[in-house]
Design a protein around this ligand. Structure first.
Ligand code: IYR
Length: 226
């Protein structure tokens, strides 16, 4: 049992996180990089079902993210009902049609050409699950308004954990952000202080699917030593 003590009137527990010898720190950092470097955004999915427990574990992992004042300003809606997936697909495609035909600039559309995206989003029905991440601009407990802090940063970090957990399980996703996304609040019946942040289909990558032949920036392009 972890030791406990009171600091400034608040209970603290002794941190029992693992430490490793230096070689192991190195090998673990390499292994994790190798794992994450294989992650690709996937837009075609198998319809193969996945146990709900897997999704619970993935969402619990997202919930381990740090957040402003530990307010955990997130809600994860897990959708498996085909009727709701269809509603979401139809509404997303309606917005995307307008985006591609008139809202997005030529520069933007040119930048997306290498990725081969368009307004059609069959993955919103093919993937066995959709996760919609909501950010809570404030919290509510027993009718009381709870202040939240660094909401975008917190929910962004939690979404990163979510994507890493999906990949670690051998599953795939795409961070889909149809714009505007308020149809998700309506379909999922979310209160006005929650705003849709990301929409992620989750499933097995379609056997034989292709991904864009693109490269990641090299270490000397992203790391500056001081
Ligand atoms: N939301 C649109 C467009 C889109 C925008 C960006 I920036 C991307 O990296 C990918 C797609 C869509 O999902 O097609």
């Amino acid at each position: 049992m972890a030791k406990k003590k009171t600091i400034n009137g608040h209970m603290h527990v002794q941190y029992e996180g693992k430490k490793f010898p230096e070689e192991e720190v190195l090998s673990r950092s390499q292994e994790f990089y190798k794992l994450m470097d294989c992650r690709r955004t996937i837009r075609e999915f198998e319809r193969t079902p996945i146990p709900r427990e897997v999704l619970e574990n993935i969402i619990m992992t997202a919930g381990t993210a740090p957040s402003g004042a530990h307010k955990q300003p997130w809600t994860f809606c897990l959708i498996s009902d085909p009727k709701i997936k269809k509603k979401i697909r139809n509404a997303a495609e309606e917005e995307e049609k307008i985006s591609y035909s008139s809202r997005m600039s030529e520069t933007w559309k040119n930048d997306l050409k290498p990725l081969g995206t368009d307004w059609e989003k069959p993955f919103l029905e093919d993937a066995p699950y959709l996760i919609v991440v909501f950010k809570q601009s404030y919290g509510q407990e027993e009718g009381e308004k709870i202040q939240h802090y660094y909401v975008n940063e917190s929910v962004g970090i939690a979404s990163g954990f979510l994507i890493a957990a999906i990949h670690n399980a051998g599953l795939a996703t795409v961070t889909h952000t149809p714009s505007p996304m308020n149809f998700l609040s309506k379909i999922l019946n979310r209160p006005s202080h929650e705003k849709p942040f990301l929409l992620l289909p989750v499933g097995y990558a379609k056997e034989g699917t292709y991904v864009p032949d693109i490269e990641r920036k090299k270490i000397d392009e992203i790391l500056l030593d001081f």
